[in-house]
Design a protein. Structure first.
Length: 179
């Protein structure tokens, strides 16, 4: 079976920057490490929401790892930003990328260009219940390449609260010793 992103993007996958394509167009697990800059809202409610979901805490040059684990038609992404760790399970449905994170389900449309992989949040569910567009988060994430490194930019906002969190960073593949 083709990798998850290859199934979703088909030949469009070939347009991606080489580092981004190498991360997503493989049947093998991939471990990336580097640093991230994380800007959080000063709003107490926004901070509480981020903390309750285990999302990264604000900081500069925060040590970061992302482990992409392939599991047949699905993937698990295990992320670590400083002391915060969280994971999500991803799979395809109806041409969309579905990401389950605890009680939350994010639904993304994805587009590959020669510059970046674009992930746009088009749906959001809590406990399986869809949130109306006026209430759900907004996120237009990008994965790209800079000087041979995998880069990401993930801005998250709420229409009724404004910017909640933005994390961006630079990661490189880590060779893991055989155990």
């Amino acid at each position: 079976m083709a990798p998850l992103f290859r199934r979703l993007l088909e030949s469009e996958m070939d347009a991606l920057p080489p580092v981004v394509r190498a991360v997503h167009d493989t049947d093998s697990d991939v471990l990336l490490a580097g640093t991230a800059d994380i800007v959080g809202s000063r709003n107490p409610l926004a901070r509480l929401l981020c903390r309750s979901m285990g999302l990264p805490a604000p900081g500069t040059d925060v040590p970061a790892t992302v482990h992409f684990v392939r599991q047949g038609a699905r993937e698990t992404w295990r992320r670590s930003f400083g002391r915060r760790r969280y994971a999500s399970r991803l799979y395809a449905r109806d041409g969309l990328l579905i990401e389950r994170m605890g009680l939350v389900t994010n639904i993304f449309s994805i587009v590959a260009t020669q510059d970046a992989l674009h992930l746009d949040l088009v749906g959001f569910r809590i406990l399986g219940l869809p949130m109306p567009r006026a209430l759900r988060p907004q996120c237009a994430a990008q994965e790209s390449e800079a000087d041979g490194a995998f880069t990401f930019d993930i801005p998250i906002s709420l229409p009724w609260l404004g910017p909640v969190l933005r994390y961006s960073g630079r990661l490189v593949p880590v060779e893991r010793p055989l155990s």
